[in-house]
Design a protein around this ligand. Structure first.
Ligand SMILES: [Zn+2]
Ligand SMILES: [Zn+2]
Length: 392
């Protein structure tokens, strides 16, 4: 029987589990109920080892194959956190916590990996060990980084690591991946423009930081359009412009900007950061003002290594057929903290189709239950193909 059918046999239970996670979303590192439920389920499935509290609230389960002669351990990773969004799906199992919902499908990711863990612990048709990794705080807190910094890779001797995210717009039963960069780096910045405040009718007696900031916002767009190779990609978005007073007749002395910079290539990220310093400081100087840029690096780019990308493609193709696997997916300018795990070990991040759903982070988004068997099936197929039991 094909692996996806074998996994399907347990999928009714997994739909129920997914709905329970969906109804009880938790944020960032505060995923205590979710992590405890994950750990309990892993124990009930017969995992050989379940360790809680890695990277604060992360959970790792270890499952040994029927043989462990290969000595190899592969890591499979899911994320557990939700978002501060008021749910508008109208489903019976909607969030019971006002203002919080699973709008990125991490409830589905957690369930797909649990389904695979259950199957792998029952069948154990592999030679080596699997570390199933459940991380907190993907949506901004850097839970993946915390688990790596906590020594997870060394502690469990993880050799390769694989991740998966559902993707609205990709058909259910299809997968999409690419070798190299698949998701962008994500950094944030704060700019303070300082001029000289005064009467709105007497600008010649002032240095107007509002006009300086306006010039700066436009000049920053030149980094993407004039300083970066047109076939490469960088996005600089100013997301906030704040002035101390709300009035009609005062020029403020300072303006505060916030925003984000996304890049695909690490060298492009370095160059764009340096260009931002140049543009911010010199635009202000040209207009008689001063400005400071506080640039904070956050998630690095998510970069799939070639050999592991091929393993992921092979597993997906054997599950759903090559016509349902896009192997040259255009990268997304969104970002992912699975990147920290990929910086620590070779591996690959794949998209699994969520069908015709609302977009990620939308209040009407919902993970598609029809996707569960494909995601669990992918994990199982990947494990059994990476860790084959050789005939005696
Ligand atoms: Zn998200
Ligand atoms: Zn997500």
């Amino acid at each position: 029987m094909p692996i996806n059918n074998r996994v399907s046999a347990i999928s009714d239970d997994m739909i129920q589990v997914r709905h329970e996670f969906h109804a009880d979303p938790e944020l960032d590192f505060d995923v205590h109920r979710t992590a405890a439920k994950v750990a309990d389920l892993l124990r009930s499935y017969g995992c050989d080892e379940v360790v809680e509290g890695i990277g604060r609230t992360g959970v790792v389960g270890i499952i040994h194959g029927s043989r462990t002669d290969s000595g190899k351990v592969i890591g499979l990773r899911a994320d557990m956190d939700a978002l501060p969004i008021e749910e508008q799906t109208g489903v019976a199992y909607a969030s019971t916590t006002p203002g919080l919902m699973h709008a990125c499908g991490h409830d589905g990711h957690t369930t797909m990996l649990l389904g695979a863990a259950r199957y792998l612990a029952e069948t154990r048709q592999f030679d080596g060990s699997v570390a199933v990794i459940f991380q907190p705080a993907e949506e901004g807190g850097g839970g993946g980084r915390e688990m790596v910094d906590d020594g997870m890779m060394e502690r469990f001797s993880i050799a390769e690591v694989y991740g998966m995210h559902n993707w609205p717009g990709v058909p259910v039963g299809s997968f999409a991946i690419t070798s190299g960069v698949i998701m962008a780096s994500s950094d944030v910045f704060d700019i303070t423009v300082t001029g000289k405040g005064g009467h709105a009718a007497m600008p010649h007696l002032c240095i107007d930081p509002v006009v300086v900031a306006a010039q700066m916002i436009v000049a920053l767009q030149g980094i993407a359009s004039r300083n970066t190779d047109p076939v490469d990609a960088v996005v600089i978005t100013v997301t906030s412009m704040d002035m101390p007073a709300d009035n009609y007749n005062v020029i403020p002395s300072q303006v505060f900007l916030k925003g984000t910079l996304r890049a695909l290539e690490p060298a492009t990220r370095d160059a764009a950061e340096a260009a931002m310093h140049r543009v911010v400081e010199h635009t202000a100087l040209a207009m008689g003002a001063t400005a400071t840029l506080d640039y904070q690096r956050d998630y690095p780019a998510t970069i799939n290594t070639p050999a592991q990308t091929q393993h992921a493609i092979d597993a997906a193709v054997s599950l759903v057929g090559s016509e349902h696997v896009d192997t040259a997916r255009a990268p997304s300018m969104g970002s992912e903290d699975f990147s920290y795990m990929l910086n620590a070990r070779p591996g690959a991040f794949i998209f699994v189709g969520n069908g015709d759903s609302a977009g990620l982070h939308h209040p009407q988004y919902n993970f598609n239950d029809d996707c569960l068997a494909y995601g669990s099936g992918y994990w199982v197929t990947l494990t059994e193909s990476l860790l084959p039991v050789k005939p005696a």
